[in-house]
Design a binder for this molecule. Structure first.
Ligand SMILES: [Zn+2]
Length: 252
C-alpha cells in the first residue's frame, strides 16, 4: 500500500483545482505535506483539445503544484451524477489514498458538475469510512469496483470547500502570496484551453484577461484577510480557539 496523502482535492474537471485551490495545494506541498488531486472527469466535452492533451496538461500542472499524486476517474464530462456507482469509485480512491483532509468544491455552483461533485464527494468520504461497506448481503458491486470492499475503511478527518467559483463569504482564506505566480503557471499548463487560439475564441477569454481575473480574485480574497493574495474556503463546522492571543488577522 502506498503512503497516505495528507490532503486530497477532488474536483469535477481537470483545471478546476488549479483555478480554485492550486495555490493552497502548492503551499501545503512546500510545507512537506503529501498532496493529491482527483479529477472526476477527463474533459471529453471540452470545445478545445483532446482527452490526451488534457491528461498531459493535467500531469504538467500537478508537477508545477508539487502534487504527489493525481488521478482521473471515467465519469462522463457534463454528466457528473450522484449515483451509487460514482460514490463507490470515489470511495475506492479515498481508501487507497487515505487523505486526512479533503478539499471539495463549494456545494452551490453555476456548473451542475461542480455542485454535484460537492455532494458526491461528501457522500463518498462518508461511505469510505464504513467498515461493513461491501460486506453486507445485497451489496451491489459494479464489476470494476470489487476492490473497494477489500481495502481498509478510511474516513478523512476534515472536509473543506473551495468556494472561489461562487459568491459566498468564505469561512477562512489561505494566504497564497508566495504561490500565486506558480498557480497561474499551473493553470497555463492547460495550453489546449488557455493559449490564445481560433477555436472557441468567442467563448474563451484571452490569456492576458485570465491572468487579470485570477489576480483580481486572489487580491479580493487576500484583502479580506490583510494579505496580498489568498484562496477562499468554507467549512461546515465552527472553528475552535484555545488562545485568543494566537488568532491571526488584525481587526483594525
Ligand atoms: Zn469545472
Amino acid at each position: 500500500m502506498t503512503d497516505a496523502l495528507d490532503i486530497l482535492a477532488i474536483a469535477a474537471h481537470r483545471d478546476d483545482v488549479e483555478q480554485t485551490c492550486g495555490g493552497t495545494l502548492l503551499k501545503m506541498a512546500e510545507r512537506g505535506y503529501r498532496t493529491g488531486i482527483l479529477d472526476l472527469t477527463q474533459g471529453e466535452m471540452g470545445t478545445r483539445g483532446t482527452v490526451e492533451d488534457r491528461a498531459r496538461e493535467a500531469a504538467e500542472a500537478a508537477r508545477i503544484l508539487k502534487a504527489t499524486w493525481r488521478g482521473a476517474l471515467d465519469i462522463p464530462d457534463g454528466r457528473v451524477e450522484n449515483t451509487w456507482e460514482n460514490r463507490l469509485k470515489i470511495a475506492r480512491v479515498i481508501r487507497e489514498q487515505r487523505p486526512r483532509v479533503v478539499i471539495l468544491p463549494y456545494w452551490q455552483a453555476r456548473h451542475p458538475d461542480h455542485a454535484t461533485c460537492s455532494t458526491l464527494g461528501y457522500e463518498a468520504c462518508f461511505l469510505a469510512g464504513l467498515t461493513k461497506l461491501g460486506k453486507t448481503p445485497g451489496f451491489t458491486d459494479p464489476e470494476d469496483l470489487g476492490a473497494v470492499a477489500k481495502l481498509p475503511p478510511h474516513r478523512p478527518f476534515k472536509i473543506v470547500y473551495a468556494s472561489l467559483y461562487y459568491d459566498v463569504r468564505p469561512g477562512f482564506v489561505v494566504d497564497i502570496t508566495g504561490q500565486f505566480e506558480r498557480r497561474v503557471e499551473a493553470l497555463m499548463a492547460y495550453k489546449s484551453q488557455y493559449e490564445d487560439q481560433a477555436d472557441g475564441s468567442g467563448l474563451f477569454p484571452l490569456k492576458q484577461e485570465i491572468r487579470q481575473r485570477l489576480e483580481t480574485m486572489a487580491s479580493f480574497y487576500g484583502m479580506l484577510a490583510g494579505v496580498k493574495y489568498a484562496e477562499p474556503f468554507v467549512q461546515k463546522e465552527i472553528g475552535v480557539v484555545d488562545d485568543l492571543l494566537a488568532i491571526p488577522v488584525k481587526s483594525l
